[in-house]
Write a protein that binds this ligand. Structure first.
Ligand code: G1P
Length: 294
């Protein structure tokens, strides 16, 4: 079985739900506690063994490329002032030579189209898709959990979790078959999936939450450019086509997801990450308590 070495990160979305905060800053560079959302997601990928990140970007998103490269003035300034800890923290997010690629998605035609734009860079090997709006707090990380499942059963892995009551219609929803051995019953074969089901028609309450391991055959299905929910080329529809040819498994991962494409989700993620920092937790609790009048 070929290892999962590359990850595709579709970042070109307009960030409609979070405007005007993302008007001049790419939405995935908005902050969660101590670094951009995207830096947290890339760290999750690196911890899972990803060696090459393929960012699918739109116009005006050059700051993403700059973030993962050296900032010469900043680094030399920190060095001159002896701010070693800050310098190390800044440098810890840099990607190495040849570890990042940027592909322009020239029109916002949907998530499936964004992933299809990576086809030549992925080639003939299984790969990860990470939706950077979805910040996942988990240990081991959500992608590492998906890769462990892939190593156990092969095929395609889709990370899922229960949808909040009444919200399944906002997501891709999976239909499930048998339970695979191990993983405490959290790994199940998929028998179907539907993108943005009409309320009341959902085949389960488990939604596709933003981490996938896919076989390269997906590009054949994506290349049909069939439009689905919202008139967009949907990754879920292409996966459903590939379900006839390859096994798909849904992994209910262990962790908490924050939808950072949403104002409240971004706020919750900031609080969660702040509380998780042992050095700052007491101050964060005191500040929150004062704000809430506790
Ligand atoms: C996308 C996927 C959907 C998934 C969701 C998670 O939808 O198409 O299957 O459940 O991300 O956030 P979008 O949020 O782009 O509408």
């Amino acid at each position: 079985m070929k290892p999962v070495r590359k990850a595709v990160l579709p970042v070109a979305g307009l960030g409609t739900r979070i405007q005007p905060a993302a008007k001049t800053t790419p939405k995935n560079l908005l902050n969660v506690y101590d670094r951009p959302i995207l830096a947290h997601v890339v760290a999750e990928g690196r911890a899972a063994g990803i060696e090459h990140f393929v960012f699918i970007v739109g116009r005006g998103q050059g700051a993403i490329e700059d973030y993962f490269d050296h900032a010469v003035e900043l680094e030399s300034g920190l060095e001159a002032k002896g701010k070693t800890a800050i310098l190390e923290d800044v440098r810890s997010d840099l990607l190495g030579p040849g570890q990042m690629s940027f592909v322009r998605q020239m029109a916002p035609l949907g998530l499936g189209h964004a992933v299809w734009c990576a086809r030549d860079l992925i080639g003939d090997e299984p790969f990860a898709v990470m939706l950077p709006d979805m910040l996942m707090n988990a240990n081991p990380g959500a992608l590492a959990q998906a890769i462990a499942a892939h190593e156990a059963v092969g095929g395609n892995i889709v990370v899922v979790e229960p949808a909040p009551p009444g919200e399944a219609h906002k997501y891709g929803i999976v239909a499930l078959g048998e339970t695979a051995p191990g993983f405490d019953g959290r790994l199940q074969t998929m028998t179907g999936m539907v993108e943005k089901p009409a309320p009341g028609t959902e085949p389960s309450n488990l939604f596709i939450s933003g981490r996938y391991i896919l076989q390269p055959g997906i590009f054949e299905a994506l290349g049909e450019h069939a439009k689905g929910a919202g008139g967009e080329i949907q990754l879920t529809d292409a996966m459903l086509k590939r379900l006839r040819a390859e096994p798909f498994f849904a992994l209910e991962y262990q962790g908490t997801t924050y939808d950072c494409g949403d104002k409240l989700g971004l706020l919750r993620a900031n609080v969660a990450w702040a509380l998780a920092d042992p050095a700052g937790e007491a101050d964060v609790r005191a500040a929150l308590g004062a704000l809430l009048g506790a």
